[in-house]
Design a protein around this ligand. Structure first.
Ligand code: CA
Length: 234
């Protein structure tokens, strides 16, 4: 089955153009012109494989739509490509902070957009096809067994550290704020502060030894698990 792309755009002409061209590329499309429609379309079963999300919508800001998509089990891992106006209200960090996977600035070339859509879908598919065991460079994770190895050396993680690691891995290449991690890994708890996140990330890194370098600190924002094991940090 060809991938489903949800196009969220309130400019009619642009919506029509995108719809036409994505269909011509062989994708199945759904369209929405408001944030509310976007959420309704996104939560349909099956979920879209990718969401093209305009930032300026008449009812809800695209950032809010993105936040709600990330907060929902059904759409948590659907790649989101933000479409922002030129001289934009969003910067790179904000876009990634709210969980967008990529973004394009209007006016964009259709060709570039199609290439990036294809790349993003390919990346998402690789993640899905890895099955139960996760292998990332020197790291090997057995999620059902709750076991982790670095090279052949088994590491003993707490349940929380394990959840932190698999969450990072599932969202690799994407910046995670402390707040996102708190809500997704801990679930909001009154006695937990963002400092707690730092403490646990530090401990997780220590336990992983050399593989701890896969978790990078993004100053002033949060953390980012490398997109590829051999990626060189900034
Ligand atoms: Ca718009």
């Amino acid at each position: 089955m060809s991938p489903i792309i949800l196009i969220v755009e309130d400019e009619k002409d642009l919506l029509t153009t995108l719809d036409y061209n994505l269909e011509r590329e062989g994708y199945r499309t759904r369209t929405a012109a408001t944030g509310a429609e976007a959420l309704a379309q996104a939560f349909l079963d099956p979920a879209p494989d990718l969401i093209l999300l305009d930032l300026m919508l008449p009812d809800l800001p695209g950032t809010e739509v993105c936040r709600r998509l990330r907060a929902d089990e059904r759409t948590r891992d659907v790649p989101v490509m933000m479409v922002t106006a030129k001289g934009s209200e969003i910067d790179r960090v904000v876009g990634f902070e709210i969980g967008a996977d990529d973004y394009v600035v209007k006016p964009f070339s259709l060709r570039e957009l199609l290439l990036r859509v294809r790349a993003l879908l390919r990346r998402a598919r690789t993640v899905a096809e890895e099955g139960d065991e996760l292998i990332f460079g020197r790291l090997r994770v057995d999620p059902p067994g709750h076991r982790v190895w670095v090279d052949d050396d088994e590491k003993m993680l707490t349940a929380l550290e394990f959840r932190l690691l698999t969450t990072f891995h599932a969202r690799r290449g994407r910046v995670q704020t402390r707040e996102t991690l708190l809500s997704d890994v801990w679930g909001y708890q009154a006695d937990v502060t963002t400092r707690t996140v730092d403490t646990h990330v530090k401990r997780l890194r220590e336990k992983l030894g050399d593989a701890g370098a896969y978790v990078e600190t993004v100053r002033g924002v949060g953390y980012r698990f490398r997109a590829r094991p051999d990626e060189v940090g900034e």
